[in-house]
Design a protein around this ligand. Structure first.
Ligand SMILES: [Zn+2]
Length: 568
């Protein structure tokens, strides 16, 4: 879109440019209008009411910062599923990607902007005209949208990455916010690596960004360096010294390198931050971001101390967590707070006794509150379409009729191979075969292997490419699995180095499916693939194809491209 068209499509907002429309503020928190777009005044009123002094805005960045986790790339269909889960969860803002990072990212943001109603949809952008234009182009169909511009402010970033003097940083930040405000009324500005920036300079950049029209000011601890106390001090200093901050939302964005992302975020809330940036399961760069579910449940459980609330429907937390774990291939550790498998498990006899007499002896939250269901409902041959749909919704998936038809067909086929169908089986059907139809570059058509004592292990495999062509290859190997991988590499031309290979059973019974999990190193990054099958060799082939499809999809790689451009 040309800038003239972009200009034309900018919705007329019922306010004069540059004049803050919302100037009420409170003692401890601060607030502003989060919205922009056609319904801006209505949506604006809603969010302003919501962002009252006791309301914390939940800004989810699973699809942007979360996707930058090594090996966590998602295809378009998977991103859309996650966006639907975030909408159902009730997040206020979805950061859907970094439009300028790759054409795939821009397309994903555009699709989410068109299809997901309710939350504000946001794109990250550097303080550069091209980035901001790409963000706006991606967001133009969203009823409510935000452009999130960022620029590094710390000495180490100024000297070694940007090679810019302080004056130049201020000039670019102001310019970036102004350009973004010309296109969108809802503009967030982030000082990348704020936690390692000199306080006075941080104040200067922040104040100038607010003057230029930023409506949310984000203070990221990009490298996870802060401690709750130092982070609080930084935010307090800003509150005391930055003019105009009382009319904006102060936001926190913390990384977990020292395991303090949630603690630091909550410290920020206690100082008056009214937006928390976080991800489902805490996924993200390196050790990850603040975990959404932990922030939300801390706010809910300790309202007595924090005195704030969020708009999150907490009973959707566990389904959202499962979904993100499935689509990214990043397992949730068993003892993870709030959503881990053991989060509500009590094994020690003394605890069980206490639990039976009075739950609260050992439980500060109820499992139902976060969407853990007690039912170990098992589906089977006699389960109908309706039962399957119900189960899918409970697991966090929203499918349209055509997708449901496809899953139901696959479900019936699986019922012929397997008596009882568990949640993990259903998830496997979705993740590996159904999400994002048409985005799989390669599909398995046929496979046969030979192995045994005294014979040379060999595999012959047939794959179908998404252009409809069929390809066949055979290969010998150190074992049947190795032979399969080599045959796949010959066909696809994608060669990786296997770093990890695991097989585990996902459900119970003699006919249980085996889950194959692979980690493969490729010049463009590290990829994880998963597949389920009642046959381990076939499962291995499908898992390797999952990796190959992720590699084929990721050109150029989203996370890598984003990292090269910088990130908050
Ligand atoms: Zn980040």
């Amino acid at each position: 879109m040309s800038s003239a068209e972009a200009e034309h499509r900018t919705p007329a907002c019922p306010v004069e440019r540059g004049v803050p429309r919302f100037s009420f503020s409170s003692g401890s928190g601060s607030m502003t209008n989060l919205s922009c777009g056609e319904n801006s005044s209505e949506a604006g009123r809603q969010i302003v009411n919501e962002a009252a002094m006791d309301r914390v805005v939940i800004f989810d960045t699973t699809l942007r910062d979360g996707e930058q986790s090594p090996g966590a790339s998602m295809n378009l269909g998977q991103k859309l599923q996650v966006a639907k889960a975030l909408r159902d969860l009730g997040v206020d803002v979805i950061e859907a990607g970094f439009a300028a990072a790759s054409p795939g990212d821009l397309e994903a943001i555009r699709t989410i902007a068109r299809q997901i109603e309710g939350p504000v949809i946001c794109s990250l952008a550097r303080c550069a005209k091209g980035d901001i234009e790409a963000a706006f182009a991606a967001l133009s169909d969203a009823p409510r949208r935000r452009i999130h511009v960022f620029l590094a402010t710390s000495p180490i970033h100024r000297d070694f990455k940007l090679k810019m003097a302080k004056e130049e940083i201020v000039r670019r930040a102001v310019e970036g916010v102004k350009v973004a405000r010309e296109k969108c009324d809802d503009v967030e500005f982030s000082c990348e690596d704020a936690a390692r920036t000199e306080l006075e300079f941080l104040c200067e950049v922040s104040e100038r960004a607010l003057e230029a029209g930023a409506t949310t000011l984000n203070i990221p601890d990009t490298v996870g360096y802060a401690l709750p106390q130092t982070y609080s001090e930084t935010l307090s200093y800003l509150k005391a010294h930055v003019r105009g901050l009382e009319r904006a939302i102060l936001s926190v964005h913390c990384h977990n390198d020292l395991g303090l992302a949630v603690a630091n975020s909550l410290a920020g809330v206690m100082i008056g931050a009214r937006q928390v940036e976080c991800t489902i399961n805490g996924i993200g760069e390196r050790a990850g971001n603040a975990s959404l579910e932990e922030v939300v449940m801390a706010v809910k459980t300790r309202r007595d101390v924090l005195g704030v609330r969020t708009g999150i429907r907490t009973e959707r937390l566990h389904p959202a967590s499962r979904l993100v774990s499935q689509v990214t291939g990043l397992h949730v550790q068993r003892n993870k707070a709030v959503v881990g498998q053991n989060a509500f498990a009590h094994e020690a006899g003394i605890h069980q006794h206490g639990m039976l007499s009075h739950r609260e002896t050992y439980e500060i939250m109820r499992p139902e509150e976060v969407g853990f269901t007690n039912s170990s409902l098992v589906l089977g041959k006699h389960s109908g379409r309706h039962a399957l749909r119900e189960r899918l919704v409970a697991l966090g998936y929203q499918l349209d009729e055509a997708q449901l038809d496809k899953v139901f067909g696959a479900f019936k086929t699986l019922c012929d191979k397997k008596k009882e169908i568990y949640d993990a089986d259903i998830e496997a059907l979705l993740i590996h075969d159904q999400l994002g139809p048409g985005v799989h570059t390669w599909e398995l058509v046929a496979l046969s292997t030979t192995s045994g004592t005294g014979t040379l292990p060999a595999a012959s495999i047939a794959l179908q490419k998404n252009d409809g062509t069929r390809h066949q290859e055979a290969s010998a190997g150190d074992g049947p699995v190795d032979a399969v991988f080599k045959a796949i590499e010959r066909i696809t031309g994608i060669t990786g180095k296997l770093r990890d290979y695991r097989v585990q059973s996902v459900s119970v019974g003699e006919d249980a499916q085996g889950e194959v999990v692979l980690e493969v190193e490729h010049p463009t990054g590290v990829y994880r693939g998963r597949a389920l099958s009642t046959d381990i060799i076939e499962g291995s082939a499908r898992a390797y194809l999952d990796v190959v499809n992720r590699i084929a999809l990721r050109q150029p790689s989203n996370g890598r491209a984003a990292r090269e451009l910088g990130t908050v």
